[in-house]
Design a protein around this ligand. Structure first.
Ligand SMILES: C[S@@+](CC[C@H](N)C(=O)[O-])C[C@H]1O[C@@H](n2cnc3c(N)ncnc32)[C@H](O)[C@@H]1O
Length: 260
């Protein structure tokens, strides 16, 4: 790992790999680079190249303090597009019962790499499924109506506007039909909501939201599902090195979408 990529591995990620994964501090860099290189061969997502795949954002959200407690009480969390499932490991490191947590990703190889990264195949009891969210007959359909909390990090932005409506509706159908269930997450957003070219996305486009467009989209989804959602969203400046890939008005958008 170069000194630049070394600094891209957050303190949070280092702590988790050391304390939960049991990787000695002096071996973490080589260990992460080895897994990163294997992951890049699976699919060259920019976040993998940039070592963002170990970013931990859930623990910094306003809802996080309640999440391990809810899981301990029997609620269930779904990590949509979990990739290496680092957020799940953080929850377990913070005392959440791993069996109440599910993760789903298109690429089964990432689940294997997650076990390799965190060295926990024999102790983690979370449930992982490989499924394409667009596949109506996937194992996701069996899980409808069974979750209280969903984490979605850097996922919805992979799609154009119409596909975001479809995948968001599928995710919303995972909720138990009670008030208070929520989706928490973050993704690439913008000051001026619009579609942008993005080479690794299925349609070559990504729709970037601002808080207002996200709210409007969820009003439509709620209308179609006969449910209402509140959207609490904020924009955050990106670190300067992200501007290699983004434009002046690009931001991160953080959101909590609650079922009323
Ligand atoms: C940019 S990564 C985000 C990973 C993780 N959530 C995070 O924040 O670090 C996007 C993930 O979405 C998954 N993905 C892409 N298309 C998908 C689909 N159609 N169904 C399910 N997962 C998908 C990819 O395999 C990848 O792991």
């Amino acid at each position: 790992m170069t000194s630049q990529s070394d600094s891209q591995l957050s303190t949070d990620a280092r702590q988790l790999l050391e304390s939960y994964g049991g990787i000695p501090a002096e071996e973490i860099t080589d260990h992460v680079v080895k897994v990163r290189d294997e992951a890049w061969e699976v699919f060259p997502y920019p976040c993998i190249g940039q070592f963002c795949f170990l970013d931990l954002s859930l623990k910094h959200t306003t809802v996080y303090p309640e999440v391990p407690q809810h899981l301990a009480e029997g609620q269930r969390l779904f990590d949509m597009a979990c990739c290496f499932e680092q957020e799940i490991r953080q929850l377990v490191a913070d005392g959440a019962p791993s069996e109440n947590i599910y993760g789903c990703d298109l690429r089964e190889e990432y689940v294997k790499l997650g076990y390799q990264l965190f060295q926990d195949r024999n102790r983690l009891q979370s449930h992982f499924l490989a499924a394409d969210i667009f596949d109506k007959s996937s194992s996701l359909a069996d899980l409808r109506g069974t979750f209280d909390m969903v984490y979605a990090g850097s996922f919805f932005h992979l799609f154009n506007y119409d596909d975001q409506i479809e995948v968001s509706t599928t995710v919303a159908r995972l909720f138990r039909p009670v008030k208070g269930s929520f989706i928490v997450g973050r993704q690439v957003g913008t000051v001026n909501a619009a579609a942008h070219d993005h080479r690794t996305n299925p349609t070559g486009k990504m729709y970037r939201h601002n808080p207002r467009s996200l709210k409007e989209m969820w009003e439509k989804i709620g209308h179609d599902l006969g449910v209402s959602f509140t959207v609490d969203a904020t924009l955050q400046q990106l670190p300067s090195d992200h501007f290699r890939f983004h434009t002046e008005d690009t931001r991160l958008i953080h959101f909590v979408i609650r079922r009323e």
